[in-house]
Design a protein around this ligand. Structure first.
Ligand SMILES: [Ca+2]
Ligand SMILES: [Ca+2]
Ligand SMILES: [Ca+2]
Length: 296
């Protein structure tokens, strides 16, 4: 009995230590914004951002809003430079969208091991909607992360995987119809080569949409709790970009060093259609007025 009480006291202490998210959880000091997609049917997960023209450029995440996860000096733009866009679709689709462009001097996707995606250039991301990084059956269920990289040289060709591939019961969450992902490059032949480089480098494009979960179960989607995405909602999110080639080989992240130390994610807020200024909305509202005038 005494042993059990001592055990409970230790659990309570550990809980208290992680009960509060760090106040300064974001690499940019203020947090990040996720824009509602005006027309989800127009979006194609194909590695092209031709379908992102509606996105308000104010909310593009640029290099000055990232930091090194290992607190290393930031890379030279020729070695690595990132822009990222975060978006969401309302119900019934209820999906989270990301488009990331990485300029890199060398694209390295030579590893064939799906269980070790960090060996190469890749995108690492995840959500923690309940903001409870230590919760879950084994600590990895709720504070979860995924990886996207070009699957062209993987022995098991999966574009999006659980960052912990060994957690077999969770693989459903990284696969259709729960997740769709694509990787492309400019020039296009770069992703056809295990290692590709040129004097001017290469652009890599990562695009995905995925369902978000308050709680995931090893028994699949039907046994899990889907997060309902809505304007105004706050959702902890992690986005890391990894450069597998030298001289810069650390990850770049949107979370602060305090958040890294406590295993918390950065903070994002979902903006509704009227909360941002879309470059293509002028056209839409003009058309709306014309339609209204016909209706009168
Ligand atoms: Ca696209
Ligand atoms: Ca590089
Ligand atoms: Ca690279």
């Amino acid at each position: 009995m005494r042993k059990m009480l001592l055990g409970l006291a230790i659990i309570a202490l550990a809980g208290a230590a992680f009960a509060q998210a760090p106040a300064d959880r974001n690499a940019n000091g203020v947090g990040y914004y996720v824009l509602q997609i005006p027309n989800p049917a127009s979006m194609a997960i194909d590695g092209s951002d031709a379908d992102w023209a509606w996105f308000d450029p104010t909310y593009v995440i640029t290099m000055d809003q990232f930091r090194s996860e290992q607190d290393a000096p930031m890379p030279d733009p020729a070695d690595m430079e990132i822009t990222a866009k975060l978006a969401w679709s309302a119900a019934p689709e209820n999906m989270w969208y990301v488009f990331v462009k990485v300029h890199d001097d060398t694209l390295d996707i030579e590893s064939t091991d799906v269980a070790n995606p960090w060996a190469d250039d890749c995108l690492n991301f995840g959500w923690d909607p309940t903001d409870a990084p230590r919760a879950g059956d084994d600590g990895r269920v709720n504070n979860y992360a995924y990886v996207i990289k070009s699957p062209n040289f993987l022995a098991t060709p999966e574009t999006m995987t659980n960052s912990n591939w060994g957690l077999e019961g969770m693989r459903w969450a990284a696969r259709e119809p729960n997740a769709y992902a694509a990787v492309a490059s400019d020039p296009p032949e770069a992703v056809q080569s295990p290692i590709w480089t040129s004097d001017t480098g290469v652009d890599i494009f990562y695009e995905f949409k995925a369902a978000v979960w308050d709680r995931r179960s090893v028994d699949g989607a039907a046994a899990s709790d889907r997060t309902i995405l809505e304007a105004g909602k706050f959702i902890p999110f992690l986005l890391n970009v990894e450069d597998g080639d030298g001289p810069w080989y650390f990850d770049i992240t949107i979370r602060s060093s305090a958040a890294s130390a406590a295993a918390y994610f950065a903070g994002t807020t979902l903006l509704g259609l009227s909360d941002y200024t879309s470059p293509t909305a002028v056209e839409e509202s003009t058309w709306g007025r014309i339609k209204n005038s016909f209706g009168q």
